[in-house]
Write a protein that binds this ligand. Structure first.
Ligand SMILES: Cc1ncc(COP(=O)(O)O)c(C=O)c1O
Length: 378
């Protein structure tokens, strides 16, 4: 299949003159991120599909060597299986419907499943049987991650011990997983959680096939974060200190894709220092709102640069309610006007996959651009 790629975001503007929002994928950036992660992480890398399930993104990661995928739903499993036939899916959602389990097992041959409660283990065994790997998800100690992913899922260590023993007794292979929370600014969180996981494994006294340390590796949104290599070093050190001699898995989402995509929007109306654009918090940009992100922005005019010194603008999205506005203001050139475009960079994570279609606004134009965004700093 011949791939169409634009040479730059400016070329997208010049050729499409888009009055609709455009989701821009940079496959070269995604491939480099994937290769760096595979090279640095001391184990198997699963991409967390929920983070950005766009087929261009999936193909770019696959092309760079990602073969394992953290899938949380049957549609994600179906998508990966159909798009990337030799890829391996793991059903890593702790709560699954019986119908989804049946299809995951019978249609797609999934062998790895996460549980954090005995009722889910019972359900899993009733529908799928026991010739599987049961990953028991354990809660993690508190840390400064932007999203806490242990408040909804994860068994307390003593419960995890019992689940592992029970899964083993029923004849399954066993593994342990956790998630330190998304956008985790502290590499030591992985060590602390690995200490918990290793203690749980010892107490359970069953053979552990692997430790899955989840996602959480941060992306650069402007606030200082340690380089990924620091996370890998902490994990390697923990591997040595805790004498971990079974494989490690990781399920990064954000760190693989954040700076590999931009959202290109058009200004539809200017009222003083308020701009009304054609994507917003119900579309591809909900995380700007949810996590107070400040992605880098750049104004583009039909014929080149937008003029004027930069000043803060309030930005409204397209839906009819007054909630569709970013809490943070964005610095843009003073002369920005209706018809100009704004590129929001580093928008690869939790963006196009989270749009709702509310009010009829939906981004369905995705383009690929060679190289990197001129404002991504990559
Ligand atoms: C089970 C699981 N794995 C991996 C991820 C990806 O996390 P991140 O994007 O922070 O790397 C998530 C995110 O919610 C998750 O729930």
């Amino acid at each position: 299949m011949k791939e169409t790629r634009f040479s730059s975001v400016d070329e997208v503007v010049a050729r499409l003159n888009p009055s609709y929002p455009v989701f821009v994928v940079f496959p070269d950036v995604l491939a480099r991120r994937a290769r760096d992660f595979i090279a640095g992480f001391p184990g198997t890398v699963l991409y967390a599909v929920k983070c950005n399930p766009d087929p261009h993104v999936l193909r770019a990661l696959y092309g760079a060597g990602i073969r394992h995928f953290d899938t949380a739903s049957l549609p994600e499993i179906a998508k990966i299986s159909e798009l990337l036939p030799d890829a391996h899916c793991y059903f890593n959602h702790p709560v699954k419907s019986r119908g989804a389990l049946e299809s995951a097992s019978d249609v797609y041959g999934i062998e790895h499943y996460v549980v954090d409660h005995i009722s889910e283990l019972d359900k899993l065994n009733q529908v799928v049987g026991t010739d599987i790997t049961v990953e028991v998800r354990v809660t993690t100690p508190k840390n400064n991650s932007v999203y806490n992913l242990s408040s909804k899922f994860g068994a307390q260590p003593d419960v995890a011990v019992e689940l592992l023993k029970e899964a083993h007794k029923r004849g399954s292979r066993t593994a342990i997983s956790f998630h330190v929370g998304s956008q985790c600014p502290d590499p030591s969180a992985y060590r602390k959680s690995l200490e918990v996981a290793v203690a749980v494994a010892k107490q359970a006294g069953v053979e552990i096939s692997y430790f899955d340390i989840g996602g959480g590796f941060p992306a650069d949104y402007g606030d200082p974060i340690p380089p990924l290599e620091e996370y890998f070093e902490v994990i390697r050190q923990a591997q040595r200190d805790l004498a971990i001699n079974v494989p490690l898995y990781a399920e990064p989402g954000r760190a693989l894709v954040a700076d590999g995509c931009s959202v290109l929007v058009q200004v539809q109306l200017r009222k003083g220092d308020d701009l009304y654009i054609n994507d917003g918090i119900y579309g591809s940009m909900s995380e700007i709102h949810l996590a107070d992100l400040r992605p880098p922005v750049r104004a583009i005019a039909r014929n080149g640069e937008v003029q004027g010194a930069k000043k803060p603008f309030r930005i409204f999205g397209p839906t009819c309610d007054s909630l569709d506005v970013f809490k943070v203001k964005f610095e843009l050139p003073a002369d920005i006007a209706e018809g100009d475009w704004i590129e929001f960079a580093r928008m690869g994570a939790y963006s196009i996959g989270m749009q709702s279609g509310f009010n009829g606004f939906f981004t369905d134009t995705v383009v690929q651009v060679s190289g990197a965004s001129t404002i991504s700093g990559f």
